[in-house]
Ligand binder design. Structure first.
Ligand code: PEP
Ligand code: MN
Length: 282
């Protein structure tokens, strides 16, 4: 059964993630940034936490360029077991060190329900990765956490399935869910994923939750990140997530889509006119 709202069909079984009036918006405050307000949230940092030097350099670089939130994975969901799996607790400690150094809050992924307490003790935002979007025990667990949750879209998930997962978190009592579009699987081979920028207007028409866009995983290619970040903001995204590494060619994970500090600085300059054009601010 569906009801009609803004011409998009909305499943009636999703209650908490759905807007109840046009102006209904959830704004999530993380340190100095209000995600879902007229501010554009920029989350940036390496794919994975690799070492103290790498993390501290990355944190200073993204802060200097104007990012408000630092990203970095300590627990990594890798396609095969022989790839770098992340530093685990040590990685969380390095993230906390980078936060102490720069004042930037951190977003980092939690992969299993047993790790939620530990990751929550370090993170300012708990990330649920694309591959875990429908890990329902994990969603229920972060739904009982006291930190905002960044819920990435599954790579083959429909909007309704994605919102159903947000509903799991909200239904456990955690009101602070940020949706993150990161590209979906299509027949296209030129890009790692097909970045579905329609996520911004679609989610905003249906839901009160903020939506950010990740053009790094969404394209897989460095040269496409800035144009797609601009497109994301133009389409109404509440923020962007960008992978930045002090030496992208040496990255242990996702180097091909990671920007150098200089490239990230130029992205931040490049998005300025778009932010102004859509009446938003950094
Ligand atoms: C990530 O952000 O590092 C990540 C693994 O992303 P995704 O879950 O979107 O693949
Ligand atoms: Mn990555």
């Amino acid at each position: 059964m569906v009801i009609q709202m803004c011409s998009l069909p909305i499943p009636t079984k999703i209650r908490l993630a759905i807007k109840n009036r046009e102006s209904h918006k959830t704004i999530i405050r993380v340190n100095d940034v209000n995600i879902g307000s007229d501010e554009i949230a920029v989350m940036a940092g390496p794919c994975s936490v690799e070492s103290m030097d790498q993390m501290i350099l990355a944190a200073h670089a993204v802060k200097e360029a104007g990012a408000q939130i630092l990203r970095g994975g300590a627990y990594k969901p890798r396609t095969n077991p022989y790839s770098f799996q992340g530093l685990g607790k040590k990685g969380l400690e390095l993230l906390a060190l980078a936060r102490d150094e720069t004042g930037l809050p951190i977003v980092t992924e939690v992969m299993s329900p047993e790790d939620v307490e530990l990751v929550e003790a370090y993170a300012d935002i708990l990330q649920i990765g694309s591959r875990n979007m429908q890990n329902f025990p994990l969603l229920k667990k972060v739904g009982r956490a006291n930190k905002p949750v960044l819920l990435k879209r599954g790579m083959s998930a429909t909007f309704n399935e994605w919102l159903g997962c947000a509903e799991y978190i909200l239904n456990e009592g955690n009101p602070d869910v940020i949706l993150c579009e990161r590209g979906i699987r299509t027949f296209e081979q030129m890009t790692r994923n097909t970045l579905d920028i329609s996520a911004a207007p679609i989610i905003h028409q249906i839901s009160h939750l903020p939506v950010i866009i990740d053009p790094s995983h969404g394209t897989g290619t460095r040269s496409l990140v800035e144009p797609m970040a601009k497109a994301a903001i133009a389409a109404g995204a509440d923020g962007i997530m960008i992978e930045v590494h002090p030496h992208p060619d040496e990255a242990l994970c996702d180097g091909a889509q990671s920007l150098s500090p200089d490239e990230f600085q130029s992205l931040m300059k490049g998005i300025e006119p778009i932010i102004i054009a859509v009446n938003r601010r950094l």
